[in-house]
Design a protein. Structure first.
Ligand code: SF4
Length: 184
């Protein structure tokens, strides 16, 4: 979650459920760990082969947690993967409290090898930040002062209903896994 305290963060995006390789999962992965790891309860022991798992594609949100736990689960897909762009996060300091980064570009498709659209977008954000922010003002502080609507206009980023999660539903989205519930 470190990205949420970043002035600008680029986060990889998966848009397809992982693929399970039974022969690897059976040998090297823990089925209970995998089942427990999924924040949306999409993983369960495989019918007819409880040493492997199956994924409910309707429930999967492509977060990649299971992939990071088990090399028999593969989520990378060069056709559908990409990145999202987040802006305005910071940890607290002596002047002001913390700010969550907000989603400003939900998805950009891969542009190997130079990612020219991503680089152009970040450069534009940095230019308008440099031209408009006050001395010592962090990215998020500057945007909160001028308003997100103005930021999108200045940065020439198209706004969509998917942008700027205000975290109203974070209790639902962050606290569904058993690991979070246990610490409540
Ligand atoms: S990618 Fe995330 S949501 Fe999908 S099965 Fe794996 S842990 Fe669950």
């Amino acid at each position: 979650m470190r990205c949420h305290a970043s002035d600008i963060a680029v986060i990889g995006v998966h848009r397809r459920p992982p693929v399970v390789d039974d022969s690897v999962v059976e040998k090297v992965c823990s089925v209970p760990e995998l089942v427990k790891s999924c924040p949306t309860y999409a993983i369960k022991p495989k019918r007819g082969n409880p040493r492997s798992v199956e994924i409910d594609e309707e429930k999967c949100v492509y977060c990649g947690i299971c992939y990071s736990l088990c090399e028999g689960i593969r989520i990378h897909n060069p056709e559908s993967d990409g990145v999202s762009l987040w802006v305005g996060g910071k940890a607290s300091n002596t002047r002001a409290g913390p700010l969550f980064a907000r989603l400003v570009v939900p998805y950009m498709k891969p542009e190997q090898p130079h990612w020219s659209t991503l680089v152009k977008t970040i450069r534009r954000i940095l230019e308008v930040y440099r031209e408009n922010a006050r001395r010592g003002e962090r990215m998020g502080e500057w945007i909160e002062r001028i308003g997100w609507e103005r930021f999108f206009r200045l940065a020439e980023i198209e706004f969509s209903e998917k942008c700027i999660d205000d975290w109203i539903f974070s209790v639902e989205t962050f606290r569904r896994g058993t690991n979070f519930k246990m610490s409540e």
